[in-house]
Structures are given as structure tokens and as C-alpha cells.
Design a binder for this molecule. Sequence first.
Ligand SMILES: [Zn+2]
Length: 338
Amino acid sequence: MKICGDCFLDEELRSEVNANADADGVCEACGSSGKLMDFCEFQSFFEALLSLFSISSKSDKTIANIIQDEWHLFKEMAVATKLLSEAMAKFNPGYSINDKVDYTIDIQERVAVWDRLKTSVKENSRFFTNMDEFAKYNYLTAGKSLYAGQQLYRSRVTPVGQKKIKCEKMGCPPKELAIAGRANPVGIPYLYLSDSAKTTYFEVRAVYLDKLSVGTFRIERDLTLIDFVYDVNLFLSYNDGGVPLKEIVIKKKVIDAISADLSRPLRRYDSEIEYVPTQLICEYCKDIPGADGSTADGITFESSLHKGGRNYVLFDEAAAKCIRVESHEITRIDIDRK
Ligand SMILES: [Zn+2]
């Protein structure tokens, strides 16, 4: 089947078609006109991918549903169904295009390590929870950095009657007032920052006409962080060949699961025990060595409240200094442009 780059949403698959096209014409999968390439060039990649799934009576998704929802490879469902069927005509993964499937039991078991760890630390053993199963696969490694001089932001709702909060009051609360958060245990404050002032408006859950004190923080030294945004491309990883596709998929799903818990907003009626697993992970991150032998200075993850925004948690408050505070009133526009 001759296909075009537009069949894919995935940038790597698109550019592979555009780099290897050997004809011009109308795409047999999506109907666009352009450079064409034979889909069989991708056969081995799709065979490797299809092999990660099996029929599941508990699932309500087809293979095309999962690949579209989680990996965004194709431009639309119709193309996903057509091309996956084409790959399955030459390779039988043990299920059909209409069967309800899920990741293989083996993969689901490995991904559930996070659920097992959560139960263990909440219900069995708080301070000496066994991390061996989690640690074995090195899912978390020090990666993303912040450099001295970079700026991040933090907002607080300005108390009624005040113009704005002073710089020295914009950092962590003192130890004795530090309540538990998603990342920090009670009594051990961490500094929560965001990549833009806009992200902080959402993170403090500001509402229309709230007055905020928006602090600009300067990073005081180069910092190594554990990144909970694992932006991996399946096709690129497959071609690279260093790590089996299955391991890439497991790592992505484990990190995404932790990340979802880290970025879940605090709710008034939450029991503090709900924060314990992510606090444990942060404590674990503190011991992960960086490239220069020192240990991680913090973590970063996506904001669930402001799409595209990033949050940072620094373990040492002194690693960033508040250099300026501006007052900002939340307008309808701030709220609308989520
Ligand atoms: Zn196409």
C-alpha cells in the first residue's frame, strides 16, 4: 500500500515517509496527494508494536483506539484502522482489528509496580518501604537541568488589605508551618515553582478578581532534576534499537502514572495519606545521582491545570531566590486562556 506522510501525526513517521518517498500520487490510505512510500517499509516497527498487546475481556478498546489515544501515531482513526489492518494482514498478533485488547499481562504487571508501591507505603510500611522492585529498572534518572540565572515563578493570593506580599515572604513557609503537599512531607518544606507566571495562576487555583502576588525567582546555581515528562518517540526508539520497545512502553507508562499523581491538584477533603506515595518518590529522587556525582536537586512535571505548563519542586529553598514581586489581578482573560 502506497502511503503519504500526512497519514501520520507522529513527526518521526512523517519525516520518514518524506525522506524515503519514491513516487508522487494519491495516498491509498488517506487520499491526500503527495510523496508516497510503500507502507511495508514500516512493517517490522508495527509488528513490534502490535506484539505488545493481547485480547482482553476487561478492555473496551481496540488496538487502533489505544494506539491513537496513547501514542498519537496516525492523523485519524480511519487511517489508523486501515494501516494497522494492513500490517496485520502480513502478521498475526493473535487478535483482530475489531477485538478488544490491552497491553500484554506481562506489561500490565510491570506497570502496576507503582500501584503496588502506593499500597505498600500507605498500608504496610511507611519509612522503610521496599523500593527494590521499583528501583530495579532505573525508571527515574537525573536529566533535565536548570541553570544559574534562569527565572521561574511562584504566586500567592495577596491577603486582603495588602498591596503585595514581600519578596522574603514568597518562598517556602517555615518548617513548623509546612503542611504536607504532593511532594513534601509535613514539616519538610520544598519550594514549588512554575515555568511561567500564567502557570502559577492556575496552580494557586486563582479565581476571577483574585489579587495575586507573583514572585519571580532566580535560580542561584546549576541544578539537576528528575524529569517526570518522558517525551519518547516510539518509532525513533525502535530504530535506535538500544532498548526493546516493550521496555520503552513500560517506562513511559510508569512515569506517566507517577506524574499524574504528582500533578493532581490538592483537594480540601483529601486525606494526607494520599500524598505519601508521591512524597516517597521525591525522597527517593533526592538520592538519584546526577552526571557530576551530586544528587538531584528537585523534580519537574507537567501542570495538569495549565496545559503545556511545567512545575518545578526544589528540595533546597536556597537554590532559588525571589528577586521581584508583582501584583496581578485575575481577569476573565486569564481564566479563559487555560
Ligand atoms: Zn496518506
